[in-house]
Design a protein around this ligand. Structure first.
Ligand code: GLU
Length: 371
């Protein structure tokens, strides 16, 4: 058993177009998808959360709109994505229904992963979907993303999503079984790299030389994905998805290149919150809350005695004790104005005070970095 895969709490699997769509006929490879979904069901049966990032919309839509195989202008590829995405979502829904697993579609643009408030909303929605036992299927929102702000490849999108939801394992299913020292299709002496613990210039040079067919991502975007994932404490594998049951194979120690990291998603997140973020205000808490935080609890509005500065929901703030001593930093679930109104109140009063049902916590423990 490969523990990196089987022991992951939260798993993101990226599925490339060339695996899902027959390159000759443009038809969806239904048997392959069903086998993959059987693997996903097995992961869920082990208690793992699974989120899929799937390409294939453009490839499917191109077929259904009769656009042939020619290179497409931006508007035509966006039209193809719109026509193909509905087919793609339908296929996942049917396939997951065989296991009674609800599916949910999420279409993201790069802005959604970069702008703080959109990021938070997307993250909260995905977390809620996982908590409700569904398998979210994510793709880029190709129809509205303009050329300048497109991810263009789902490798980096998958890594951003993995980071967003605090996944501890990301698998990029590809048409190659991993990273080689040179292109194995051209160079018989190309050596397979089973594990990468640090992305050095030498590794980057190898990626430049290793190609990948179909889809828009090559080894270079896979390496960018690996960098994002490892910084966030997420292990990543590049594995061959061409055969049936690729995840079961990987769980059974199938061949793949693993990118490892010494961080965990939670330690990396806390380092990020505690480190480089600019703070926009402060929240002063009472002695009881100081103790609760010390026991690893979240900060509730009831423990807040003072709010200062000008921050929005999701902004970083300094957390200080009743004597003004800095305790750490956190991401506030409320803006200054809302925090001011609910401070000192019990969480079940939030809706009556603000008129909407916000988060129970002022700062969730996952969003707190103390010390
Ligand atoms: N979002 C594109 C699609 O669904 C694919 C991007 C990629 O190939 O990585 O067709």
């Amino acid at each position: 058993m490969n523990m990196r895969l089987t022991k992951a709490r939260r798993l993101v699997i990226k599925i490339g177009s060339s695996l899902l769509v027959d390159q000759q006929t443009g038809a969806l490879r239904r048997d392959w998808l069903d086998a993959l979904v059987d693997d996903v069901a097995a992961c869920r049966a082990r208690g793992q959360d699974v989120l899929l990032v799937s390409s294939g919309a453009i490839a499917l839509g191109r077929h259904s709109l009769g656009l042939g195989k020619k290179a497409l202008h931006l508007e035509d590829s966006q039209a193809a994505a719109a026509a193909g995405q509905i087919r793609l979502a339908h296929a996942y829904q049917e396939s997951l229904a065989r296991h009674d697993v609800p599916v949910a579609q999420i279409l993201l643009t790069s802005e959604d992963t970069e702008q703080r408030r959109r990021y938070l909303n997307a993250r909260n929605t995905m977390t809620a979907l996982l908590a409700h036992g569904s398998v979210p299927v994510v793709n880029e929102n190709d129809t509205v993303a303009t050329a300048e702000i497109r991810f263009g490849d789902n490798d980096r999108l998958a890594a951003r999503v993995a980071v967003m939801i605090g996944a501890d394992c990301l698998v990029l299913l590809s048409d190659i079984d991993g990273l080689y020292s040179a292109d194995p299709r051209k160079d018989g002496g190309a050596e397979f790299i089973a594990e990468v613990s640090e992305i050095t210039p030498a590794i980057e040079a190898m990626a430049g030389a290793t190609g990948s067919h179909g889809g828009s991502g090559g080894m270079v975007t896979k390496l960018q994905a690996a960098r994002l994932a490892s910084q966030a404490g997420c292990f990543m594998a590049i594995a061959d998805g061409r055969g049936t049951h690729p995840i079961a194979q990987l769980a059974d120690n199938g061949r793949a290149t693993w990118f490892t990291t010494s961080a965990t998603p939670s330690s990396a997140r806390k380092r990020w919150i505690g480190g480089s973020l600019r703070t926009n205000g402060s929240i002063t808490i009472d002695a009881g809350a100081v103790q609760a935080l010390g026991r690893g609890k979240s900060l509730l509005p009831a423990g807040v005695i003072e709010v200062a500065g000008d921050f929005q929901r999701g902004d970083a703030v300094v957390v200080q004790g009743p004597d003004g001593a800095t305790l750490g930093r956190g991401l506030s679930a409320y803006s200054t104005a809302d925090a001011e109104r609910i401070k000192g109140h019990h969480s079940n009063e939030i809706q009556a005070i603000l008129g909407f049902l916000g988060r129970e916590e002022m700062i969730h423990r996952d969003d707190l970095a103390l010390g």
